[in-house]
Write a protein that binds this ligand. Structure first.
Ligand SMILES: NC(=O)c1ccc[n+]([C@@H]2O[C@H](COP(=O)([O-])OP(=O)(O)OC[C@H]3O[C@@H](n4cnc5c(N)ncnc54)[C@H](OP(=O)(O)O)[C@@H]3O)[C@@H](O)[C@H]2O)c1
Length: 110
């Protein structure tokens, strides 16, 4: 059994994982791999809601706030990982903005 201070399995971390592809990646990691999976999101409420959604599917991910545009947030999470697990095995840096065809006007008039 993994605890926040144990060193079992691999430690995965997915950025921008409260929805979309990132959420799907966390779902797959939780169902296929042993070890600790961190679902991170810039907004705590959206992140925790996503972790709850996974729980309803019988899957267990841990949450940590992480805004990839905020140095302070990055350093805070990085320090936490180093202190708690000695580091990180796998980083899936998914956070970003997907180009959506229905939002084309945003780009045309930007
Ligand atoms: N969908 C596609 O067809 C496609 C194609 C090629 C590449 N991609 C790339 O794949 C990635 C995911 O796409 P998607 O379709 O799943 O996009 P999405 O549904 O828009 O989800 C993007 C995720 O990134 C998060 N995010 C944005 N800025 C962030 C920041 N500064 N810090 C932390 N999280 C942040 C969003 O959080 P909030 O909910 O807080 O906004 C959301 O969870 C993107 O990098 C995109 O460019 C997508």
């Amino acid at each position: 059994m993994c605890t926040p201070t144990s060193n079992c399995g691999f430690h995965h971390q997915v950025t921008g994982a409260n929805k979309g592809i990132g959420f799907g990646i966390v779902q797959e990691l939780c169902s296929k791999f042993d070890g600790v999976v961190y679902l991170t999101a810039r907004d705590e409420d959206r992140g925790l809601a996503a972790v709850d959604e996974l729980k309803k599917m019988g899957l267990s991910a841990r949450f940590h706030q992480l805004d990839i545009d905020c140095k302070e947030s990055i350093l805070k999470f990085s320090e936490y990982l180093k202190k708690t697990y000695g580091g990180l095995d796998v980083l899936v840096n998914n956070a970003g903005m997907a180009f959506k065809v229905h939002n084309l006007h945003l780009y045309l008039y930007a």
